[in-house]
Ligand binder design. Sequence first.
Ligand SMILES: [Zn+2]
Ligand SMILES: [Zn+2]
Length: 138
Amino acid sequence: MKIPVSRLKNDQLEVFEGECKPEDLDIDIGIMHFPEPIKLQAEVSKSDEDLTVQVHLEGERVFTCSLCLEEFNNVFEKDFTLHYDIKGLDSVTLDSEVRDELLLDHPIRILCKPDCKGLCLSCGANLNEGSCGCEKEV
Ligand SMILES: [Zn+2]
Ligand SMILES: [Zn+2]
């Protein structure tokens, strides 16, 4: 999203709404991807030299479970504040900051459910769907 800084009045709050296309942001990292455009709302206020942007993101993402490798959907919302030095700029683009926030925002260990049983080490069956019948090594 592009904020037309030169068109904004000082100390006046303006709201911009739009969508981020996942393919434009390049945020498919394998264990997480985004099936739909992400809704973005930006509350912008400006002074002579600074721009403050309150960003609200809303969307859906698809995680791959670290243990059983099944994909599952996760609805998310995220709020953060960005500051820009706008001396001499006509506009600022939020994309790379939005991208960073989205990429960093996932659990270190992604699990489809807290007690995911994972895959059988011998045959690869998904143990959430029942026992595969392999002997358990002790
Ligand atoms: Zn799982
Ligand atoms: Zn097995």
